[in-house]
Design a protein around this ligand. Structure first.
Ligand code: AMP
Ligand code: GLY
Length: 427
Protein backbone atom coordinates (compact mmCIF):
# COMPACT_ATOMS: atom_id res chain seq x y z
CA UNK A 1 0.00 0.00 0.00
CA UNK A 2 0.99 3.63 -0.44
CA UNK A 3 1.52 5.50 2.82
CA UNK A 4 1.74 9.23 3.59
CA UNK A 5 3.79 10.21 6.63
CA UNK A 6 3.14 13.67 8.05
CA UNK A 7 6.11 15.43 9.67
CA UNK A 8 9.76 16.15 9.06
CA UNK A 9 11.77 15.59 12.22
CA UNK A 10 14.06 12.86 13.53
CA UNK A 11 11.01 11.01 14.82
CA UNK A 12 9.56 10.90 11.32
CA UNK A 13 12.88 9.80 9.79
CA UNK A 14 12.96 6.89 12.24
CA UNK A 15 9.31 6.05 11.47
CA UNK A 16 10.02 6.29 7.73
CA UNK A 17 12.97 3.95 8.17
CA UNK A 18 10.87 1.36 10.03
CA UNK A 19 7.91 1.73 7.64
CA UNK A 20 10.28 1.19 4.71
CA UNK A 21 11.14 -2.26 6.08
CA UNK A 22 7.49 -3.35 5.95
CA UNK A 23 6.52 -5.88 3.27
CA UNK A 24 3.11 -4.15 3.24
CA UNK A 25 4.60 -0.88 1.92
CA UNK A 26 4.53 -0.03 -1.79
CA UNK A 27 5.48 3.64 -1.80
CA UNK A 28 6.11 6.12 0.98
CA UNK A 29 5.36 9.84 0.75
CA UNK A 30 6.37 12.35 3.41
CA UNK A 31 5.09 15.87 4.03
CA UNK A 32 7.30 17.80 4.39
CA UNK A 33 10.02 15.23 5.19
CA UNK A 34 13.69 16.27 5.34
CA UNK A 35 16.98 15.47 3.61
CA UNK A 36 17.27 12.08 5.36
CA UNK A 37 13.67 11.06 4.77
CA UNK A 38 14.15 11.94 1.08
CA UNK A 39 16.34 8.82 0.76
CA UNK A 40 13.33 6.67 1.72
CA UNK A 41 10.28 8.59 0.58
CA UNK A 42 9.06 11.11 -1.93
CA UNK A 43 8.96 14.36 0.02
CA UNK A 44 6.15 16.76 -0.82
CA UNK A 45 5.29 20.28 0.28
CA UNK A 46 1.72 19.99 1.59
CA UNK A 47 0.02 22.46 3.89
CA UNK A 48 -1.20 19.90 6.43
CA UNK A 49 -3.42 22.51 8.10
CA UNK A 50 -5.38 22.52 4.83
CA UNK A 51 -7.30 19.27 5.34
CA UNK A 52 -8.87 19.44 1.88
CA UNK A 53 -5.42 19.61 0.29
CA UNK A 54 -4.33 16.52 2.24
CA UNK A 55 -7.47 14.66 1.16
CA UNK A 56 -6.88 15.56 -2.49
CA UNK A 57 -3.26 14.45 -2.30
CA UNK A 58 -4.31 11.13 -0.75
CA UNK A 59 -6.82 10.54 -3.54
CA UNK A 60 -4.36 11.57 -6.30
CA UNK A 61 -1.62 9.24 -5.13
CA UNK A 62 -3.90 6.31 -4.13
CA UNK A 63 -2.67 6.50 -0.54
CA UNK A 64 -4.26 3.86 1.68
CA UNK A 65 -2.88 4.94 5.06
CA UNK A 66 -1.79 8.24 6.62
CA UNK A 67 0.59 8.31 9.60
CA UNK A 68 0.53 11.57 11.54
CA UNK A 69 3.81 12.20 13.40
CA UNK A 70 3.57 15.56 15.24
CA UNK A 71 0.97 16.84 17.71
CA UNK A 72 -0.05 20.06 15.94
CA UNK A 73 -1.99 18.42 13.08
CA UNK A 74 -3.62 16.03 15.57
CA UNK A 75 -4.77 18.83 17.84
CA UNK A 76 -5.80 20.64 14.64
CA UNK A 77 -8.22 17.84 13.73
CA UNK A 78 -6.49 16.24 10.74
CA UNK A 79 -7.55 12.75 11.93
CA UNK A 80 -11.19 13.79 12.03
CA UNK A 81 -11.01 15.17 8.49
CA UNK A 82 -9.40 11.93 7.26
CA UNK A 83 -11.98 9.84 9.12
CA UNK A 84 -14.82 11.85 7.58
CA UNK A 85 -13.36 11.16 4.14
CA UNK A 86 -13.02 7.44 4.91
CA UNK A 87 -9.22 7.54 4.87
CA UNK A 88 -7.47 5.12 7.20
CA UNK A 89 -4.93 6.83 9.45
CA UNK A 90 -2.70 6.52 12.52
CA UNK A 91 -3.27 9.27 15.07
CA UNK A 92 -6.05 10.21 17.50
CA UNK A 93 -9.06 12.45 16.91
CA UNK A 94 -9.07 16.09 17.91
CA UNK A 95 -11.19 15.28 20.97
CA UNK A 96 -8.80 12.52 22.09
CA UNK A 97 -5.80 14.77 21.37
CA UNK A 98 -6.89 16.99 24.24
CA UNK A 99 -4.78 14.62 26.34
CA UNK A 100 -1.85 16.61 24.96
CA UNK A 101 -3.65 19.77 23.87
CA UNK A 102 -4.92 20.68 27.33
CA UNK A 103 -2.98 19.88 30.49
CA UNK A 104 -6.05 20.80 32.57
CA UNK A 105 -8.17 18.30 30.60
CA UNK A 106 -5.69 15.53 31.43
CA UNK A 107 -5.47 16.49 35.10
CA UNK A 108 -9.28 16.42 35.42
CA UNK A 109 -9.38 13.02 33.70
CA UNK A 110 -6.74 11.71 36.13
CA UNK A 111 -8.79 12.95 39.07
CA UNK A 112 -11.96 11.30 37.75
CA UNK A 113 -10.30 7.99 36.90
CA UNK A 114 -8.11 7.94 40.00
CA UNK A 115 -4.87 7.96 37.99
CA UNK A 116 -1.76 8.80 40.05
CA UNK A 117 -0.48 12.31 39.26
CA UNK A 118 0.55 15.46 41.17
CA UNK A 119 -2.03 17.61 42.99
CA UNK A 120 -3.06 20.62 40.88
CA UNK A 121 -5.26 23.61 40.29
CA UNK A 122 -6.59 25.17 37.04
CA UNK A 123 -6.78 28.97 36.71
CA UNK A 124 -8.10 31.51 34.21
CA UNK A 125 -6.69 34.64 35.89
CA UNK A 126 -3.56 35.69 37.73
CA UNK A 127 -5.30 36.69 40.97
CA UNK A 128 -6.78 33.26 41.67
CA UNK A 129 -3.57 31.52 40.57
CA UNK A 130 -1.50 33.69 42.90
CA UNK A 131 -3.89 33.06 45.77
CA UNK A 132 -3.52 29.29 45.24
CA UNK A 133 0.28 29.62 45.06
CA UNK A 134 0.38 31.34 48.43
CA UNK A 135 -0.74 28.13 50.12
CA UNK A 136 1.62 25.78 48.21
CA UNK A 137 5.12 24.59 49.09
CA UNK A 138 8.01 25.14 46.64
CA UNK A 139 9.33 23.89 44.29
CA UNK A 140 6.10 24.09 42.33
CA UNK A 141 5.36 23.71 38.63
CA UNK A 142 3.52 26.29 36.50
CA UNK A 143 2.26 25.22 33.08
CA UNK A 144 0.49 26.89 30.20
CA UNK A 145 -2.58 24.75 29.55
CA UNK A 146 -2.21 24.43 25.78
CA UNK A 147 0.44 23.44 23.25
CA UNK A 148 3.52 25.61 23.71
CA UNK A 149 6.12 23.68 21.69
CA UNK A 150 7.62 22.26 24.88
CA UNK A 151 8.23 25.72 26.34
CA UNK A 152 5.23 26.34 28.57
CA UNK A 153 6.53 24.64 31.73
CA UNK A 154 8.37 26.37 34.59
CA UNK A 155 9.66 24.38 37.54
CA UNK A 156 9.81 27.24 40.07
CA UNK A 157 12.07 26.96 43.09
CA UNK A 158 10.69 30.09 44.75
CA UNK A 159 7.18 31.48 45.05
CA UNK A 160 8.32 34.71 43.35
CA UNK A 161 9.50 32.69 40.35
CA UNK A 162 6.18 30.86 40.24
CA UNK A 163 4.25 34.15 40.37
CA UNK A 164 6.41 35.54 37.56
CA UNK A 165 5.63 32.43 35.49
CA UNK A 166 1.90 32.90 36.11
CA UNK A 167 2.13 36.56 35.11
CA UNK A 168 4.12 35.72 31.96
CA UNK A 169 1.51 33.16 30.94
CA UNK A 170 -1.40 35.53 31.36
CA UNK A 171 0.60 38.31 29.68
CA UNK A 172 0.61 36.17 26.55
CA UNK A 173 4.13 34.66 26.61
CA UNK A 174 2.68 31.45 25.11
CA UNK A 175 -0.17 33.04 23.18
CA UNK A 176 -3.52 31.25 23.36
CA UNK A 177 -1.84 28.25 25.03
CA UNK A 178 -1.41 30.39 28.16
CA UNK A 179 -5.01 31.60 28.47
CA UNK A 180 -5.36 29.00 31.21
CA UNK A 181 -2.69 27.97 33.71
CA UNK A 182 -2.22 24.71 35.55
CA UNK A 183 -0.27 24.78 38.81
CA UNK A 184 1.03 21.42 39.81
CA UNK A 185 2.75 19.69 42.69
CA UNK A 186 6.48 19.09 42.11
CA UNK A 187 7.11 15.35 41.77
CA UNK A 188 10.42 13.88 42.84
CA UNK A 189 12.03 10.88 41.21
CA UNK A 190 13.45 9.68 37.93
CA UNK A 191 11.62 10.40 34.67
CA UNK A 192 10.78 7.81 32.05
CA UNK A 193 8.98 7.90 28.70
CA UNK A 194 6.31 5.27 28.31
CA UNK A 195 4.57 4.39 25.04
CA UNK A 196 1.50 2.26 24.35
CA UNK A 197 -0.38 1.69 21.14
CA UNK A 198 -4.11 2.07 21.81
CA UNK A 199 -6.95 1.15 19.46
CA UNK A 200 -9.72 2.70 21.54
CA UNK A 201 -10.14 -0.40 23.70
CA UNK A 202 -6.89 -2.36 23.89
CA UNK A 203 -3.49 -0.97 24.90
CA UNK A 204 -0.22 -2.61 23.89
CA UNK A 205 2.93 -1.47 25.73
CA UNK A 206 6.02 -0.70 23.66
CA UNK A 207 9.63 -0.97 24.84
CA UNK A 208 10.79 1.40 27.59
CA UNK A 209 12.85 4.52 26.99
CA UNK A 210 14.27 7.53 28.72
CA UNK A 211 15.28 10.88 27.30
CA UNK A 212 17.45 13.77 28.47
CA UNK A 213 15.47 17.01 28.47
CA UNK A 214 18.11 19.51 29.61
CA UNK A 215 20.45 21.05 27.09
CA UNK A 216 23.67 20.62 29.08
CA UNK A 217 25.77 17.82 30.53
CA UNK A 218 24.78 16.58 33.99
CA UNK A 219 21.18 17.52 33.16
CA UNK A 220 21.79 21.26 33.51
CA UNK A 221 20.54 24.30 31.59
CA UNK A 222 17.20 24.97 29.93
CA UNK A 223 14.70 22.30 28.91
CA UNK A 224 14.68 21.16 25.28
CA UNK A 225 12.58 18.77 23.21
CA UNK A 226 15.15 16.12 24.17
CA UNK A 227 18.93 15.93 23.66
CA UNK A 228 19.22 12.17 23.53
CA UNK A 229 17.50 8.95 24.54
CA UNK A 230 18.07 5.29 25.16
CA UNK A 231 16.11 2.07 25.36
CA UNK A 232 15.53 0.02 27.39
CA UNK A 233 15.30 2.29 30.44
CA UNK A 234 16.52 0.19 33.39
CA UNK A 235 14.40 2.27 35.80
CA UNK A 236 11.30 0.72 34.19
CA UNK A 237 11.37 -2.74 35.71
CA UNK A 238 8.78 -5.25 34.46
CA UNK A 239 6.85 -4.61 37.67
CA UNK A 240 6.77 -0.84 37.01
CA UNK A 241 5.69 -1.46 33.41
CA UNK A 242 2.77 -3.53 34.59
CA UNK A 243 1.82 -0.96 37.27
CA UNK A 244 1.95 1.79 34.62
CA UNK A 245 -0.35 -0.19 32.34
CA UNK A 246 -2.78 -1.02 35.18
CA UNK A 247 -2.78 2.30 37.06
CA UNK A 248 -2.27 4.85 34.27
CA UNK A 249 -2.65 3.65 30.66
CA UNK A 250 -5.64 1.28 30.85
CA UNK A 251 -7.74 3.59 33.07
CA UNK A 252 -7.06 6.41 30.59
CA UNK A 253 -8.11 4.30 27.61
CA UNK A 254 -11.26 3.24 29.49
CA UNK A 255 -12.10 6.81 30.57
CA UNK A 256 -11.64 8.17 27.04
CA UNK A 257 -13.86 5.41 25.61
CA UNK A 258 -16.50 6.06 28.28
CA UNK A 259 -16.59 9.74 27.28
CA UNK A 260 -17.28 8.77 23.69
CA UNK A 261 -13.84 9.98 22.57
CA UNK A 262 -11.82 6.76 22.28
CA UNK A 263 -8.05 7.17 22.01
CA UNK A 264 -6.58 5.54 18.88
CA UNK A 265 -2.90 6.03 18.25
CA UNK A 266 0.18 6.03 20.41
CA UNK A 267 -0.23 7.30 23.93
CA UNK A 268 3.03 8.69 25.31
CA UNK A 269 3.06 9.02 29.08
CA UNK A 270 5.77 11.18 30.62
CA UNK A 271 6.23 9.46 33.97
CA UNK A 272 7.89 10.34 37.22
CA UNK A 273 8.98 7.20 39.04
CA UNK A 274 8.44 8.34 42.63
CA UNK A 275 8.97 6.44 45.85
CA UNK A 276 5.25 5.61 45.71
CA UNK A 277 5.44 4.28 42.15
CA UNK A 278 4.79 5.74 38.69
CA UNK A 279 2.95 9.06 38.46
CA UNK A 280 1.81 10.82 35.30
CA UNK A 281 3.57 14.11 34.52
CA UNK A 282 1.89 14.62 31.18
CA UNK A 283 0.49 12.89 28.14
CA UNK A 284 1.50 13.31 24.53
CA UNK A 285 -0.67 11.87 21.78
CA UNK A 286 2.18 10.98 19.42
CA UNK A 287 5.55 9.28 19.45
CA UNK A 288 8.39 10.92 21.38
CA UNK A 289 11.31 12.63 19.73
CA UNK A 290 14.07 11.38 20.14
CA UNK A 291 12.64 8.30 21.94
CA UNK A 292 11.21 6.96 18.66
CA UNK A 293 14.68 6.83 17.16
CA UNK A 294 15.82 4.28 19.77
CA UNK A 295 12.54 2.36 19.76
CA UNK A 296 12.68 1.90 15.98
CA UNK A 297 16.29 0.65 16.21
CA UNK A 298 15.08 -2.12 18.55
CA UNK A 299 11.79 -2.99 16.85
CA UNK A 300 12.01 -6.31 15.00
CA UNK A 301 8.34 -6.66 14.01
CA UNK A 302 6.43 -4.78 11.31
CA UNK A 303 5.67 -1.17 12.33
CA UNK A 304 3.14 -0.67 9.55
CA UNK A 305 1.22 -3.79 10.58
CA UNK A 306 1.11 -2.58 14.20
CA UNK A 307 -0.10 0.87 13.12
CA UNK A 308 -2.79 -0.69 10.93
CA UNK A 309 -3.93 -2.88 13.85
CA UNK A 310 -4.14 0.30 15.96
CA UNK A 311 -6.30 2.01 13.34
CA UNK A 312 -8.47 -1.04 12.70
CA UNK A 313 -9.13 -1.92 16.35
CA UNK A 314 -7.38 -5.29 16.26
CA UNK A 315 -4.57 -4.71 18.76
CA UNK A 316 -5.90 -7.55 20.92
CA UNK A 317 -4.55 -9.88 18.23
CA UNK A 318 -1.33 -7.95 17.53
CA UNK A 319 2.11 -8.14 19.05
CA UNK A 320 5.38 -6.29 18.73
CA UNK A 321 8.87 -7.72 19.20
CA UNK A 322 12.19 -6.11 20.12
CA UNK A 323 15.89 -6.83 19.94
CA UNK A 324 17.55 -7.58 23.26
CA UNK A 325 20.23 -5.05 22.28
CA UNK A 326 20.12 -1.57 23.75
CA UNK A 327 19.86 1.51 21.55
CA UNK A 328 21.06 5.03 22.27
CA UNK A 329 20.70 8.25 20.31
CA UNK A 330 22.59 11.53 20.69
CA UNK A 331 21.04 14.71 19.33
CA UNK A 332 23.36 17.03 17.42
CA UNK A 333 21.86 20.49 17.66
CA UNK A 334 22.73 23.75 15.95
CA UNK A 335 24.57 26.25 18.15
CA UNK A 336 22.02 28.50 19.83
CA UNK A 337 19.45 25.76 20.47
CA UNK A 338 17.09 25.80 22.39
CA UNK A 339 17.14 29.57 21.86
CA UNK A 340 17.65 30.75 18.29
CA UNK A 341 19.61 28.10 16.38
CA UNK A 342 22.04 29.11 13.67
CA UNK A 343 20.72 27.89 10.31
CA UNK A 344 22.51 27.02 7.11
CA UNK A 345 25.87 25.77 8.45
CA UNK A 346 27.42 22.89 6.50
CA UNK A 347 27.69 19.31 7.82
CA UNK A 348 30.37 16.95 6.48
CA UNK A 349 31.49 13.42 7.20
CA UNK A 350 28.08 11.73 7.54
CA UNK A 351 28.91 8.96 5.08
CA UNK A 352 31.81 7.73 7.18
CA UNK A 353 29.82 8.01 10.42
CA UNK A 354 26.79 6.14 9.10
CA UNK A 355 28.88 3.29 7.67
CA UNK A 356 30.01 2.20 11.16
CA UNK A 357 28.57 -1.08 12.44
CA UNK A 358 25.30 -0.72 14.34
CA UNK A 359 24.97 3.01 13.57
CA UNK A 360 22.02 4.83 11.97
CA UNK A 361 21.86 8.56 11.51
CA UNK A 362 18.41 10.08 11.51
CA UNK A 363 17.98 13.59 10.17
CA UNK A 364 15.92 15.98 12.27
CA UNK A 365 16.48 19.39 10.69
CA UNK A 366 18.53 19.25 7.51
CA UNK A 367 18.24 20.29 3.89
CA UNK A 368 20.31 19.72 0.79
CA UNK A 369 21.80 22.50 -1.26
CA UNK A 370 23.24 20.72 -4.28
CA UNK A 371 25.81 18.32 -2.85
CA UNK A 372 26.01 20.10 0.45
CA UNK A 373 24.07 19.10 3.57
CA UNK A 374 22.97 22.09 5.64
CA UNK A 375 21.56 22.49 9.14
CA UNK A 376 17.97 23.65 8.97
CA UNK A 377 16.58 23.59 12.49
CA UNK A 378 17.37 23.38 16.20
CA UNK A 379 17.80 19.65 16.58
CA UNK A 380 19.58 18.64 13.37
CA UNK A 381 20.84 15.02 13.52
CA UNK A 382 20.24 11.99 15.73
CA UNK A 383 23.29 9.75 15.83
CA UNK A 384 21.90 6.40 16.92
CA UNK A 385 23.59 3.09 17.71
CA UNK A 386 22.83 -0.41 18.93
CA UNK A 387 24.96 -2.25 21.46
CA UNK A 388 24.85 -5.25 23.76
CA UNK A 389 24.52 -2.75 26.62
CA UNK A 390 23.58 0.93 26.85
CA UNK A 391 27.28 1.55 27.50
CA UNK A 392 28.30 -0.13 24.25
CA UNK A 393 25.60 1.72 22.28
CA UNK A 394 26.84 4.96 23.88
CA UNK A 395 30.44 4.25 22.85
CA UNK A 396 29.41 3.54 19.26
CA UNK A 397 27.24 6.64 18.99
CA UNK A 398 30.01 8.94 20.24
CA UNK A 399 32.55 7.18 18.02
CA UNK A 400 30.31 7.97 15.04
CA UNK A 401 29.88 11.58 16.18
CA UNK A 402 33.66 11.98 16.21
CA UNK A 403 33.61 11.30 12.43
CA UNK A 404 31.16 14.13 11.75
CA UNK A 405 32.62 17.48 10.81
CA UNK A 406 30.13 20.17 11.82
CA UNK A 407 31.60 23.21 13.58
CA UNK A 408 28.09 24.75 13.72
CA UNK A 409 26.73 22.03 15.98
CA UNK A 410 27.03 20.68 19.50
CA UNK A 411 25.82 17.74 21.56
CA UNK A 412 25.76 16.51 25.13
CA UNK A 413 28.63 14.22 26.01
CA UNK A 414 26.83 12.16 28.65
CA UNK A 415 23.67 10.73 27.05
CA UNK A 416 22.73 7.52 28.85
CA UNK A 417 24.72 8.29 32.00
CA UNK A 418 22.14 6.93 34.43
CA UNK A 419 21.84 3.59 32.64
CA UNK A 420 25.62 3.31 32.16
CA UNK A 421 26.17 3.95 35.89
CA UNK A 422 23.66 1.24 36.69
CA UNK A 423 25.37 -1.16 34.28
CA UNK A 424 28.77 -0.40 35.86
CA UNK A 425 27.31 -1.07 39.29
CA UNK A 426 26.22 -4.43 37.90
CA UNK A 427 22.48 -3.73 38.29
P1 AMP B 1 6.49 18.75 30.16
O1 AMP B 1 6.64 19.73 29.03
O2 AMP B 1 5.17 18.74 30.81
O3 AMP B 1 7.08 17.40 29.80
O4 AMP B 1 7.48 19.26 31.27
C1 AMP B 1 8.83 19.48 30.98
C2 AMP B 1 9.66 18.95 32.11
O5 AMP B 1 9.34 19.67 33.30
C3 AMP B 1 9.39 17.50 32.45
O6 AMP B 1 10.08 16.63 31.62
C4 AMP B 1 9.88 17.46 33.88
O7 AMP B 1 11.28 17.39 33.92
C5 AMP B 1 9.45 18.81 34.41
N1 AMP B 1 8.16 18.69 35.09
C6 AMP B 1 6.93 18.90 34.58
N2 AMP B 1 5.98 18.68 35.51
C7 AMP B 1 6.62 18.32 36.64
C8 AMP B 1 6.20 17.97 37.96
N3 AMP B 1 4.92 17.98 38.31
N4 AMP B 1 7.15 17.66 38.86
C9 AMP B 1 8.45 17.68 38.53
N5 AMP B 1 8.92 18.01 37.31
C10 AMP B 1 8.03 18.32 36.38
N1 GLY C 1 11.20 13.76 24.00
C1 GLY C 1 9.98 14.23 24.52
C2 GLY C 1 8.94 14.55 23.54
O1 GLY C 1 8.91 14.05 22.44
O2 GLY C 1 8.06 15.32 23.89
Amino acid sequence: MNVLLIGGGGREHALAWALSASPLLTKLYAAPGNAGIAELAECVALNVADHGAVQRFVADKSIAFVVIGPEAPLVGGLSDALAAAGIKHFGPSQAASQLEGSKGFTKDLCREANIPTGAYGRFKDAASATAYLAAQPVPIVVKADGLAAGKGVVVATTRAEAEAAVDACFAGAFGAAGAEVVIEEFLEGEEASFFALCDGTTALALATAQDHKRVGDDDTGPNTGGMGAYSPAPVMTPQLVSRTMDEIIRPTVAAMAARGTPFKGVLFAGLMITKDGPKLIEYNVRFGDPETQVLMMRLTSDLLAAMLATAEGTLDRASVTWRDDAALTVVLAAKGYPGTPEKGTEIRGLDVARSLAGVQIFHAGTRRDGDRLLADGGRVLNVTALGATVGEAQERAYHAIAKIDWPGGFCRSDIGWRAVLREKAGG
